[in-house]
Design a protein. Structure first.
Length: 413
């Protein structure tokens, strides 16, 4: 299990306890009323894993082209990137941003491979996704009807994309109607491509389910404590920095930024604009760019550290003494895992010394179980903060205006 440690100026008096109870009650209400369906995804998606393992729906493939953006790709990419250094998995090539150079680079990565093309869009109308999918059909000479077994669709059951799949006999997986993209990684959106790539998604879901059950049993109260602190103090601390001490968590940071930003940046019921700003950094690299601001800049940020106890690798710094290069000899014969862990602890202690609110998430290992728990932790934390801010955590009206303007611009051209 993951360890959670809070260093927040928060006294658990009756007022705080009442706010924690209110947040818990709001989330329980959401679950019981079906306001959002992510609460039940760990259990429901187990059936999907079994279906994918037992059925041989697709033509043989050795790489996956995934077409999706935002919530349709970030969660999958986060788990894929975190696990790939320790797992043998089929390559997933992500068609996200419509950058022509990236698209051409992706085609080169897929050259000479048998490819399964997976198209993901909850609405079935995502411009970036559909445009790149059409481009790939043309580039690879694929016919939707003749090559149906090389294609898969993940979308709402009543979307135009789902109807396209039905028309050509393409395998289609449904996204629950009450699960938004940024909360959908444990649905077909993430579970289908990750299972097909060869990851142990059952282990991800099992750990996620266990975390969910512990939360409902009130055994993870630290989530509510942190949510209360963030919701009550976001004007004083309008930015939350996630400092992950593992390169392979960079895409997890990006998933967190979307989850936090789209869920909590809202206009509340009184008409006020609310929402703490998410910032993602990688340690120890970004200690050499952002730490100075945290230490001596405005005290308007909270910092969350993610550290890994066991990287599963034993690479050591050699006990090698070189002329003029003796300043780092104090870490000779120390493992790199020990070094990066010590850098995390030293940075945490320095920030605490400066009075910066800090919390630490310690992963025993960076494996499927840890990621399943971590995903649910952040989803529950986001929902609890949203409930306390009295906003709709699950809509994103601010995103829709830009989409409308884009469509009108091309229509008028």
């Amino acid at each position: 299990m993951i360890e959670y440690e809070l260093h927040l100026p928060l006294t658990l008096d009756s007022d705080i306890r009442n706010l924690m109870a209110n947040a818990y009650g709001a989330l329980l209400h959401e679950k019981e009323r079906g306001v959002t369906g992510y609460y039940t995804l760990p259990e429901e998606s187990m059936l999907l894993v079994q279906e994918l393992i037992n059925e041989h729906t697709f033509a043989p493939f050795d790489a996956i082209a995934l077409y999706g953006i935002g919530g349709s790709s970030l969660g999958t990419k986060a788990i894929d990137a975190a696990l790939r250094p320790i797992r043998q998995a089929k390559n997933i090539v992500y068609f996200e941003n419509p950058d022509p150079r990236t698209i051409e680079s992706n085609y080169r990565k897929l050259a000479g491979k048998e490819v399964l093309h997976v198209v993901i869009s909850k609405s079935g109308r995502t411009i970036e996704t559909l445009s790149q999918f059409k481009a790939s059909l043309a580039y690879f000479g694929l016919d939707p009807k003749k090559d149906a077994k090389r294609l898969a669709v993940i979308s709402d059951v009543d979307s135009q994309l789902h109807r396209f799949a039905e028309e050509f006999g393409i395998k289609s997986f449904a996204i629950p109607h009450n699960v938004g993209g940024r909360f959908s990684v444990l649905s077909a959106v993430g579970i289908v491509p990750l299972t097909l790539a060869g990851y142990d998604t059952a282990a991800i879901l099992m750990a996620a389910q266990e975390m969910m059950e512990r939360f409902w049993a009130m055994h993870e109260e630290h989530i509510l404590q942190k949510a209360v602190f963030i919701a009550r103090n976001w004007h004083r601390y309008p930015m939350n920095v996630l400092f992950s001490y593992a390169d392979s968590l960079e895409n997890f940071n990006k998933w967190y930024v979307q989850l936090w930003g789209e869920s909590l940046g809202k206009i509340d019921r009184t008409g006020q604009r609310v929402g703490p700003t998410p910032i993602g950094h990688i340690g120890a690299v970004d200690q050499h760019s952002f730490l100075q601001l945290l230490m001596q800049g405005p005290k308007d940020k909270t910092v969350t550290f993610i550290k890994v106890e066991d990287f599963g690798m034993d690479a050591k710094i050699p006990d090698l003494k070189l002329p003029y290069l003796t300043s780092s000899d104090f870490v000779n014969d120390v493992s790199f895992a020990t070094l990066i862990d010590a850098e995390c602890d030293a940075t945490k202690d320095a920030l605490l010394h400066e009075g910066v609110p800090v919390d630490i998430i310690t992963l025993p290992r960076l494996d499927e179980a840890a990621l399943g728990e971590l995903v649910v932790y952040y989803e529950l934390l986001t929902s609890a903060v949203g409930a306390l801010l009295e906003i709709d955590t699950y809509d994103q009206p601010g995103v829709e205006l830009g989409k409308k303007i884009l469509r009108e611009r091309f229509a008028d051209a």
